[in-house]
Design a protein around this ligand. Structure first.
Ligand SMILES: NC(=O)c1ccc[n+]([C@@H]2O[C@H](COP(=O)([O-])OP(=O)(O)OC[C@H]3O[C@@H](n4cnc5c(N)ncnc54)[C@H](OP(=O)(O)O)[C@@H]3O)[C@@H](O)[C@H]2O)c1
Length: 258
């Protein structure tokens, strides 16, 4: 007999944004091993995205380019995925951007421009993709899941990247509001809030002078691997997690308890 987790994802379409590398790639790989058909979104790294598609078990996977900072590109992304693979059963809003702008050392135009960009990529884009995907699910009367990749920074603070911390706090609040709005349509909306994860986004910090201090923030003495975030996302998309809707799951190795 097919195990329920595999039965649950077989022939399901899962759209993962920012799946050309890092956490998104690990999420895509885990879903594909459970029988899902993956829509791999990327921004600039076409070659990396093509390699992810080639590495996935199963058939029917495809990659899609879109700059999520652009409203028209976001609409085109959902249109293209829907036309090629059908309405996604699961949307994972994973793509994200982290930029440092320490207030005391950043000129006003750069500080405010960066703040706006971080809100656009990390909050407005996932909100827009959630809107478009949920409307398509509702139109076809299909249940679904939306999973947002938030951050510990929403709670612990991001002193040198306040736009990032603000956007992630907004993303957690969006998750809860959409969970209430979309529950009647059998669309569950959840988030995970990782602490540091070993990816390109984190490597300049982990490899720099702060590396050992960052690892020591957790009593485990390490940061997370992308696969640990992927396992949580797959759980939240699975048949046993519909009732987790509205949850923001901390994955930070007890480095910040709230
Ligand atoms: N790493 C951490 O320590 C950490 C901790 C907490 C939360 N997170 C969150 O986890 C998620 C994944 O992070 P990661 O560490 O895997 O990041 P990463 O390795 O830097 O990868 C970022 C991904 O986002 C895509 N992306 C960036 N800007 C984009 C844009 N303007 N339009 C479309 N796509 C864009 C990139 O596409 P291309 O490769 O094509 O450019 C890439 O696929 C993010 O939401 C991040 O905030 C990460």
């Amino acid at each position: 007999m097919t195990p329920p987790e595999i039965a649950c994802f077989k022939d399901r379409t899962v759209l993962v944004t920012g799946a050309s590398r890092g956490i998104g790639r690990a999420i895509a790989q885990r879903f594909a091993h459970l029988g899902a058909r993956l829509a791999i979104h990327f921004n600039t790294r076409a070659q990396d995205a093509a390699e992810v598609v080639a590495s996935l078990p199963g058939a029917g996977h495809a990659c899609f380019a879109a700059d999520l900072g652009n409203e028209i590109s976001r609409r085109s992304l959902i249109d293209a995925v829907t036309a090629t693979m059908g309405v996604p059963d699961v949307l994972v809003n994973n793509a994200g951007l982290y930029q440092l702008t320490p207030l005391a050392h950043t000129d006003e135009p750069v500080w405010i421009d960066t703040f706006k960009t971080l809100i656009e990529i990390n909050l407005i884009a996932p909100a827009h993709l959630a809107y478009l995907t949920a409307r398509a699910m509702i139109d076809q009367d299909r249940p679904g899941r939306i999973i947002n990749i938030g951050s510990r920074g929403a709670y612990r603070g991001e002193p040198d990247a306040p736009g990032y911390g603000s956007a992630k706090a907004g993303l957690h609040a969006l998750t809860q509001s959409l969970a209430l709005a979309l529950g009647p349509h059998r669309i569950s909306v959840t988030a995970v809030a990782p602490g540091w994860v070993e990816t390109d986004m984190a490597s300049p910090h982990l490899e720099g002078p702060r590396g050992s201090e960052i690892r020591s923030q957790s009593p485990l003495g390490r940061v997370a691997q992308p696969e640990e975030v992927a396992a949580a996302v797959v759980y939240l998309a699975g048949i046993h997690a519909e009732y987790a809707t509205g949850a923001v799951l901390d994955l930070n190795g007890a480095s910040y308890l709230r």
